[in-house]
Design a protein around this ligand. Structure first.
Ligand code: GDP
Ligand code: IMO
Ligand code: MG
Length: 426
């Protein structure tokens, strides 16, 4: 296996990245999250115990694996502290093998407030974790970084300026009275920081000097990438492979021998607003949502569901230069008499095979489907490729032929042992 492995989302997030990273990170010394924040919810089920990772890299659950929260992330310190306490309460000690970048930005309580206010106008359907505003402050050059928390004067000066700014927006744009009790900042940021103080370092330097093998765990997915996704219905970071260099602090050269795999569901889901050409509605949607247990791991919101969209998946293959796809939740399609797959879009009499940038096209296009026969047999928990039903194999081959890269691995259930390697992951 390559000593640099990238696992990221090839759709609109929630593809099952957590389960896959948990499984593969056993072979790595270090695991890194490099973008996003507590908007992520990566589920892992180990011996029947469920963990939902929000800010921590999933690999840290393995006793030997060191976790890194790299500079491209935006970190809610209180949420991170709670996440660690929850895992440690299940008997797994992790704090001593976590590093946090001194360049990572801090999600402040006023970012969460702004997220709520902005949602009223924008209706993106964000997770309300303050992610967009935290990145907005970063790019406005007003953000507070981990390193600033070491110097009380610097921190307080920046924070006071920011609070004035947020107050102006809240009152002048939204007509909301805005007051923030500094005790709240103390509780949400300053005190939790004390807990992490000795874990904050220059993570890029540490990684350059110490790492033998490393797994990079993307959050969200390629279709939520700020540049390559369904803008403006996206998250505020580069959640495709484009975020690797700036998110870690490594030159793109570093990744030239990395293997990059995209995780995709055998169908498709999205949470929040935005275009979804293959979306199902009514009873059909209800059935797929229930079968797949499609409720958000972070917010509990019901996920929108639909058929696999190969135009969108091919876009993810191309954007990330994927070495292959890891297909999850195949078991959810068991028993469907027929399975539809979108192979093109039609808009205003024009056929699209390349994923369009235009929101107008994405919102109003008609998906063109191929219908494939389903399978009656159960694939739930299968670990042997030779036992896959013939029509399931046919479905997989159809996908591979369209996207031009292999499906290297299948996931057949939420538990760690429910998988099949179809090709060697190298
Ligand atoms: P992530 O954000 O990409 O890590 O995905 P989530 O954890 O948000 O959502 C994936 C959900 O599917 C979780 O509840 C997983 O436990 C579950 N899951 C993962 N792989 C499989 C699979 O192959 N089959 C089934 N039935 N469930 C799966
Ligand atoms: P994981 O890592 C699915 C979605 C939100 C919203 C949009 C912007 O678990 O796959 P944000 O709070 O980021 O500003 O919201 O992005 N979103 C996700 N959808 N999985 C996620 O993470 C997501 N993180 C954000 O629902 O539509
Ligand atoms: Mg998730």
């Amino acid at each position: 296996m390559s000593n640099k492995l990238v696992i990221l989302g090839a759709q609109w997030g929630d593809e099952g990245k957590g389960k896959i990273v948990d499984l593969l990170s056993e072979h790595f010394d270090v695991s890194v999250r490099y973008q996003g924040g507590s908007n992520a919810g990566h589920t892992v089920v180990i011996n029947g115990v469920k963990y939902v990772m929000h800010l921590l890299p999933t690999g840290i659950l393995h006793p030997h694996n060191v976790g890194v929260i790299a500079q491209g992330m935006v970190v809610d310190l209180k949420a991170l502290k709670e996440e660690i306490e929850d895992i440690e309460s299940k008997g797994n000690r992790i704090l001593h093998k976590l590093y946090i970048s001194d360049r990572a930005h801090v999600v402040m309580p006023y970012h969460k407030l702004l997220d709520k206010l902005l949602e009223r106008k924008n209706g993106i359907g964000t997770t309300l974790r303050g992610i967009g505003p935290a990145y907005m402050f970063k790019f406005m050059r007003k953000g507070i970084r981990m390193v600033d928390l070491f110097d009380q004067k610097v921190f307080e000066k920046k924070m006071e300026e920011n609070i004035e700014f947020v107050k102006d927006i809240a009152e002048k744009v939204f007509g909301e009275k805005f007051e923030i009790d500094t005790r709240y900042i103390e509780e949400e940021v300053v005190r939790p920081f004390e807990f992490f103080k000795d874990r904050v370092i220059d993570t890029a330097k540490w990684l350059r000097e110490n790492t033998k093998s490393v797994i990079f765990e993307g959050a969200q997915g390629t279709l939520l990438d700020i540049d390559m996704g369904t803008y403006p219905y996206v998250t505020s970071s580069n959640s495709s492979a484009l975020g690797l260099a700036n998110g870690t602090g490594f030159s793109p050269k570093y990744f030239k021998d990395a293997k990059i795999y995209g995780v995709a569901k055998a169908y498709l889901t999205r949470v929040g607003g935005g275009p979804f050409p293959t979306e199902l509605h009514g009873e059909e949607a209800e059935k797929l949502r229930e079968r797949g247990g499609e409720y958000g791991a972070t917010t509990g919101r019901p996920r929108r569901v639909g058929w696999l969209d190969l135009v969108a998946l091919k876009h993810a293959v191309d954007v990330n230069a994927l070495d292959g796809i890891i297909l999850t939740k195949l078991d959810v399609l068991d028993g469907y008499p027929e399975i539809k797959v979108c192979v093109a879009y039609e808009y205003n009499g024009k056929i699209y095979r390349d994923f369009p940038a235009s929101l107008e096209v994405l919102e109003n296009c008609k998906p063109i489907y191929e219908t494939l026969p389903g399978w009656k047999e159960s694939t739930k928990g299968l670990t042997d490729a030779s036992k896959l039903p013939a029509n399931a194999k046919r479905y997989l081959r159809f996908i591979e032929d369209y996207i031009g890269v292999p499906i290297v691995m299948l996931s057949t259930g939420p538990q760690r042992h429910e998988y099949i390697f179809l090709k060697e992951i190298v």
